[in-house]
Design a protein around this ligand. Structure first.
Ligand code: ADP
Ligand code: MG
Length: 229
């Protein structure tokens, strides 16, 4: 079962509005975090639980703000020709510790000599992190993630991230990427929204293939001929 995930105008409007608000919330948040830290030592023993809840909820707000800020027109977007395999290697390396902690192994398979992609490297990294993190999180008992990169017959770069998780029910596939759609207790439901947006901005496409009880594969296709966005 494969579902083509398309550009959504609603997502653009909602996303940009939310990004604007996130930007405004960031400064007061910084003040709150700073002053709460200063209070830490003077908190009474029997109030320490409240302190911990405040801190962890502040961190949660922080991560929501950060996701939405990515949707805002970034101050400095620097598209460069970049070896995308290198970005993926760095990302996998960065996430290996977290994977091991969850008993998850990441296997990689990269075609040699792939052409550079005209991209924003930090945003690409964000995409890979989001997808691999989801793959780790969907295998609480451990398992294998397979990451592969190859050239397609029609000259695009095909990146796939496959897991052995529970899979996604067919009627939920269209919900992926909608803001705040999450099935996790502590999820934000923003990772895929940001991911789809970034791929779209790179003139790429993303599809998902999933089978219940078997696993899920996210496919990304990127053009590599030089283009301007
Ligand atoms: P979050 O991870 O915070 O829940 P995401 O936007 O990253 O938000 O993902 C949204 C939802 O999509 C997840 O809660 C999960 O239900 C589903 N999902 C994403 N990736 C996978 C996957 N690899 N396998 C199964 N479900 C997934
Ligand atoms: Mg996620």
């Amino acid at each position: 079962m494969e579902e083509q995930l398309k550009k959504s105008d609603t997502l653009n409007v909602v996303g940009e509005l939310a990004a604007g608000i996130a930007h405004e919330i960031r400064n007061p948040m910084t003040a709150l975090k700073g002053f709460i830290q200063l209070l830490e030592d003077s908190i009474q023993e029997d109030h320490s639980m409240y302190f911990n809840i405040i801190t962890s909820e502040l961190m949660r707000i922080d991560s929501i703000i950060n996701e939405f800020l990515i949707l805002a027109k970034p101050q400095l977007v620097e598209y460069i020709d970049k070896d995308i395999t290198k970005i993926m290697k760095e990302t996998v390396e960065f996430l290996t510790a977290q994977a091991v902690l969850h008993n998850v192994q990441i296997r990689t398979c990269y075609e040699n000599g792939l052409p550079n992609v005209f991209c924003e490297p930090n945003q690409m990294k964000k995409v890979f992190i989001n997808l691999i993190k989801n793959a780790i999180e969907v295998m609480p008992k451990g398992g294998l993630i397979t990451v592969s990169m190859e050239l397609t017959a029609d000259n695009r770069i095909h990146i796939s991230i496959q897991d052995e998780g529970e899979g996604i029910p067919e009627d939920m596939l269209t919900k992926l990427g909608q803001p705040f759609y999450t099935t996790k207790e502590k999820g934000t439901g923003l990772g895929l929204m940001v991911t789809y947006k970034i791929i779209e901005e790179h003139n790429g496409s993303i599809t998902v293939e999933s089978e219940l009880g078997v696993g899920t594969i996210f496919h990304i296709y990127l053009p590599f001929e030089k283009y301007r966005v």
